[in-house]
Design a protein around this ligand. Sequence first.
Ligand code: NAD
Ligand code: LMR
Length: 329
Amino acid sequence: MKEPITVSITGAAGQIGYAILFRIASGFVFGEEQPVNLRLIEIEPGLPALKGVVMELEDCAFPLLNEVVATTDLDEGFKGANWAFLIGSVPRKAGMERADLLGINGKIFTGQGQAIARSASKDVRVLVVGNPCNTNALIAMNNAEGVPNDRFFAMTRLDENRAKSQLAAKAGVHNSDVTNLCIWGNHSATQYPDFTNAKIKGRPVTEVITDRDWLEGEFIKTVQQRGAAIINARGASSAASAANAAMDTVKSLINPTPEGDWYSVAVCSDGSYGIEKGLIVSMPIRTKDDGSWEVVQGVPVNDFSREKIDATVNELKEERDAVKDLIPA
Ligand code: NAD
Ligand code: LMR
């Protein structure tokens, strides 16, 4: 058996927490040979529910689950973390945009970034799910002194999965036939699901789906508004699909990407595609054979795409400016 890896999860007693813990403990993410320690972080009011979740984890008798710690203490929670899922935060309600949560949630990520820097393993990688996730990741990254910027990610995989599912349904193919789907920008209503470079069974989507009005209109809008549609239907924000996307993200980051394909995750911009350096922006990413990731270069950006990318990046700049007090100079 390998040495256990340590996975820290904030908001572990919440909806997404409940949908993710058991699958991580079962080996779905890190593999059936990889034992895991779970360090579960909650705020005080979440502790009673978390106690119940821990009892359920015990009752699963997972062969790969080595140790479970439940805590409100950030340093204890991030101690030795190889992976940190930052989920804990308030979800939006019907009628809100995700950025409306910045004032409530943004400050959570200063202390968490600092504690990660103090207490996590030197190889820690951090996936921010709590909204608005791009800017929360920006706050955590800038408060985690000494942790390299390329370890911070914000989740746009749910948007990618939603976009693939919409394209597959329209074309009458299986989800897995859709590849090269990049979500550009912010996990928000300005995100740009780039159909111009996506493929269905290796052919450009625009050759398979010839209804350009649908692609430029209803398709983009459906993906941009899917989170709100779920809140309206369920009375609560997406949870099982969000947990699934978080696990997909980590699996993509730790396994080499199939030749020619890419996936979406928001990373710290290095200036590629003319996007301002230092912002946390979703773009086409691939994982190399050595386990490191890179921005896929040379993806064509036509005038339509440029306008959409600029709009979503501009929104990220506005969000960054709104939280400048949480970002050390
Ligand atoms: P939830 O309210 O069910 O659970 C959140 C949990 O976080 C609660 O148990 C709460 O006690 C805990 N919490 C709050 N503040 C905390 C803190 N400072 N430290 C630790 N724990 C804390 O919410 P949920 O449905 O699980 O959603 C969590 C977040 O994920 C929300 O911000 C939501 O908007 C976001 N989300 C993001 C995506 C995405 O694609 N990026 C998708 C779905 C949901
Ligand atoms: C989603 O996309 O489902 C989540 O970000 C929740 C939300 O507020 O839309």
